[in-house]
Design a protein around this ligand. Structure first.
Ligand SMILES: [Fe+2]
Length: 305
């Protein structure tokens, strides 16, 4: 029987009974039980959204701002994914797909290939807006999904998904077990780094200015300004060889960010990454973060058996 605390916790990060139950049953793909959101959950959304609007206007790329407009997100209540998807799907075929937690690497990329975006439905506590140990619905829906309304960006995500299939096929051909695991670990690490330095924390040239397109920045009140204004942040034109060999840490503002010229440029870089993968250049990238776990490896190995 759910206790009083679990009912009143609504769909709060790390406190949601509904999510614990889904995980307990091994359910990764779930639905959004909208009625479970508490008033505190809506308040968290309202406060997060309200304080980001002026920052988006100042720092976000124009495609994102158009996306926010075309999704008709409610500034006052946690959005219903069905409503979001109605607008999103008509534009690029993408849809937000609710999940109960961490999605192993191959499954995550495969969702992108199918124009599905694994989406967290819980929201951080209303009294801890800056504390974000894991993704929440504000990061996923307000930070990521507006980018998915842009056709070029959406195609780039699909290319990411296709390149994960290329990786799975590639390692399926490796007979020696240790070599297979080493190669796959390195490829997943390279892909995760490239994704991190672009989709999560990327900057883009916009005329004479730099704008933010990475969703980790677009959903962070403090870091979106830091990324553009702080003099100590290293901002460099992206080079694939740097992005795939560069470790990153998730628990502080990023000291190093990469700039793309456009989403066409980013799309081409994903193709280049895939060519490098086939040539073996991703098979021995520099060690370090992020860690690649067993579930990530198994998700790729299960694709081809
Ligand atoms: Fe994210």
């Amino acid at each position: 029987m759910p206790g009083i605390e679990s009912v009143s916790a609504g769909l709060t990060t790390s406190e949601a009974h509904f999510i614990e139950e889904a995980r307990g049953h091994g359910e990764l793909y779930i639905h959004q039980p909208y009625d479970l959101y508490s008033e505190a959950n809506h308040e968290a959304w309202r406060n997060l959204y309200g304080r980001m609007v002026p920052r988006w206007e100042r720092y976000a790329n124009p495609q994102f701002l158009r996306g926010i407009g075309s999704l008709c997100l409610d500034p006052y209540r946690v959005p219903r994914l069905d409503d979001v998807n109605r607008f999103l799907n008509a534009l690029t075929g993408f849809r937000a797909k609710p999940v109960s937690g961490y999605v192993p690497a191959f499954l995550f990329f495969d969702c992108l290939r199918n124009r599905e975006f694994p989406t967290t439905i819980t929201i951080r506590r209303a009294d801890r807006l800056d504390y974000l140990p894991e993704p929440d619905i504000f990061h996923d829906i307000a930070g990521h999904v507006p980018m998915h309304t842009d056709r070029n960006f959406a195609e780039t995500l699909v290319r990411f998904g296709e390149s994960a299939h290329t990786a799975a096929d590639l390692v399926a051909g490796i007979r020696d077990h240790d070599t297979k695991i080493h190669t796959l670990t390195s490829i997943i690490r390279a892909m995760a780094r490239f994704f991190w330095f672009t989709v999560e924390f990327g900057l883009m040239r916009s005329g004479d200015e730099l704008k933010v397109y990475g969703s980790g920045l677009l959903s962070s009140y403090g870091e979106i300004a830091h990324a553009i204004d702080a003099p100590e942040v290293q901002r460099y034109p992206i080079r694939l060889e740097w992005a795939i060999n560069q470790a990153f840490e998730i628990d502080h503002f990023q000291p190093l960010l990469f700039i793309v010229d456009s989403f066409d440029h980013l799309f081409d870089l994903v193709g280049e990454m895939e060519r490098w993968m086939k040539a073996g250049k991703l098979s021995n990238v520099a060690p370090g973060e992020p860690a690649v776990n067993e579930h990530d490896l198994e998700s790729f190995l299960a694709k081809t058996g």
